[in-house]
Design a protein around this ligand. Sequence first.
Ligand code: ADP
Ligand code: F6P
Length: 473
Amino acid sequence: MQQSSLVVVANHLPIGGNLAPDGTSRWRRSPGGLSSALHPLLWHTPATWIGWAGRPGAAPALADVGEVRLCPVPMTDEEMHDHYEGFANSTLWPLYHDAVEQPVHHRRWWDAYLRVNRRFAEAAAEVAEADATVWVQDYHLQLVPRLLRELRPDVRIGFFLHVPFPPPELFTQLPRRAELLRGMLGADLVGFQLAQAAHNFAQLATTLLGLEATDRQVRVDDRIVRIGAFPISIDVAEMSGLAERPDVLARAAQLRADLGNPRQVIVAVDRMDYTKGIEQRLKAYRELLEDGELRVGETVLVQVAVPGREGILRYRRLRERVEREVARINGEFGRVGAMAVHYLTQPFDRPELAALYRVADVLAVTPLRDGMNLVAKEFVAARGDRAGALLLSEFAGAAAELPQAYLVNPHDLDGLKRTLLQALRAEPADAAARMAAMRERLHHHDIRAWARAYLSALDSRHGPELLARVTEE
Ligand code: ADP
Ligand code: F6P
């Protein structure tokens, strides 16, 4: 295997389901923040991406995508169940998202998590050239930094957590809490979305491991591990450019016409996940129709919800409940030719997403907890016309950067209804001023600024050069 100076380690390879029988693959931006964020950074960067190809069994031989060499890590059916669906997405995911669903604990899931993390670390140790940078992503791989350091003390190791890092009272519920912390502390730099997460981590390093820690660094033996907040962003230029393209604007106009030319369109774009607050949003919308505050024909909701993780019963059940509620709302309030909710579960290409953002009078992003939420930022980037209102949960990481949005607590149903109405009834001048302020923030904090900030914190000498071709733009 050829070696690289930059190695990205993430649970999935960025190929979605695009794996042909002959092993050829195409980069696919599958719905999900990690894939969306790293795509514009890595597409033109010589690097190796280590990840799972998405099918159980032996690792297929894969051709490069763009300049990125793909290094697939095999996973058995059982490991996929115990590592990905189990420990990562049934223990850590709910716990890290405020335990909005009860985290599940099984001892055998931990064994699989450790085994899979070790396999990823071994793959990284093999492909990293001397003095390389290895950038480990997300909660599926929290043990990799330490395991990799044992194998390759010469490489620089960065870890970035895309999801929230919980407060100590939640984290300490984890039976293997100390090992998880020590795993992350194998890195030279541990990055979080928000300063509060870095604070939580430092507190845990002190109380659970007895280490000397501040919100900026932790001393581990003779090493200093730096920690900090690096709020992730999007390719602002790409989304702004797309949203001004004549074909996208024509498509947005067509969408509005196809929706029956309502006075107002509410759009929501989520993965089908219980953290996204889809049920609370549908309930608020139904009650507004019941109250007569909103009328079908005048207002329409377009809810995009791409299903995933469907091997997990909770996700299948959520989908059933959402679909029942959509059918109920349409049954009770829709008319032939005038639906109350347009519900779509398909993945869309970027131009279609841009058109959806342009047709939205209100974009509703109301997760119960979210690490960042890139959809909110994509909407802002798409609104070069300064129109449209962003309804944004206080519990999305993006709220810290976009305080001019219509902020809402999605647990407060009356508050949600009230703020949705406010956003729908916003004075155009007020909405435009809010949008301009949010666009200004994004203009200075796009995905390239994020990568520059993270990589230069990881390695002030070589970091910025690693992604030079994209960060120069
Ligand atoms: P998460 O990481 O939890 O999925 P984010 O909002 O941060 O949430 O990121 C979701 C990403 O997935 C965004 O870049 C968004 O554009 C993309 N996405 C969401 N729904 C779709 C869809 N139906 N088709 C294509 N991309 C989607
Ligand atoms: O951003 C959080 C995250 O878990 C990413 O790691 C992942 O790309 C995305 O959500 C989608 O999740 P999954 O890969 O399980 O479909």
